[in-house]
Write a protein that binds this ligand. Structure first.
Ligand code: ZN
Length: 284
């Protein structure tokens, strides 16, 4: 199932169009995307059984072509975890030491943005990082790797936009603030539930800048896989419903190139994960 934030309301996307979850269920389910997330299984059963009428004006293809009505599929997560250096090729290109435990930082939720939103560039040294994003379903502490996938509500595409000058300044890197400027967390285009995929480690990630492919990777190449990340994080923090986990980026970020390359006003960043959709964000 694909659950979107369409005009600020939870909507199931089908080939025939969008189903507004609250109105089509006569109020059985909430309209807020974050609240609807708590009823994913019930909503899926209801869509399958009731076959609610879809709005053909919001067909999937139309929303793919123009994501401007889509907001972030999760709007106010309590926690956003992000993992640095989680692909060997990216770890190597940065010249940083390959970590022997996940390198975790946060991105602050006020910088969330939708799949078609503009990204204002605060400096000339802002960079791209396409990532697979997990949305937590049932949370918990000390989740063993064998149970980790049961705690995932779904997946979406994310960009971990990064202001490299501040990130790398000083003796100790400043990841969290440098990655939390306005609209530095576009996610979407919608949440895709796990049953639609062959698994989260069988996904190709592609990021293009003005049509040129700048990142091309595969989720099978993560250093710490998704069960390991969920187990590690929940061993410290209680995971809660609708928390987000950014799982790291493959090679091709701009700052590790020679010469370094950054986002410029007017450039269009397209971020695609097969089976999950595409973000199309214009830098301003
Ligand atoms: Zn990242």
């Amino acid at each position: 199932m694909k659950l979107a934030n369409l005009d600020g309301r939870a909507a199931v996307l089908t080939a025939q169009g969008a189903v507004d979850v609250e109105s089509a269920s006569d109020g059985r389910f909430p309209s807020h995307p974050d609240a609807a997330l708590r009823h994913l299984a019930e909503i899926r059963d209801w869509v399958g059984a009731a076959g609610p009428r879809a709005d053909p004006a919001s067909a999937l293809a139309a929303l793919e072509a123009d994501p401007s009505r889509l907001g972030p599929p999760v709007t106010a997560p309590g926690q956003i975890f992000a993992v640095g250096l989680n692909y060997l090729d990216h770890s190597t290109e940065t010249g940083l030491v390959v970590p022997d435990a996940p390198l975790v930082f946060t991105k602050f939720p006020s910088s969330l943005a939708g799949p078609g939103d503009d990204i204002p560039l605060p400096t000339p040294t802002c960079d791209w990082e396409i990532e697979l994003v997990l949305v937590v379903a049932e949370g918990g502490r000390d989740i063993p790797p064998s149970k980790a996938l049961d705690h995932i509500a779904g997946f979406c595409v994310g960009q971990d936009i990064s202001e490299r000058a501040a990130q790398m300044a000083g003796a100790t890197p400043q990841f969290s603030l440098a990655k939390s400027h306005r609209a530095f967390i576009p996610i979407g285009p919608w949440l895709t539930t796990p049953d639609e995929l062959d698994g989260p480690h069988d996904l190709r990630l592609t990021c293009t800048l003005d049509g040129e492919t700048v990142q091309s990777g595969h989720t099978r190449d993560m250093i710490f896989d998704i069960p390991a990340l969920i187990s590690h994080l929940s061993g410290v923090c209680e995971l809660r419903p609708a928390d987000l986990i950014f799982t790291g980026t493959p090679a091709g970020a701009g700052f590790s190139r020679t010469p370094a390359r950054y986002l410029t006003p007017g450039s269009v960043l397209r971020s695609t994960i097969d089976g999950l959709g595409t973000l199309a964000n214009t830098c301003v």
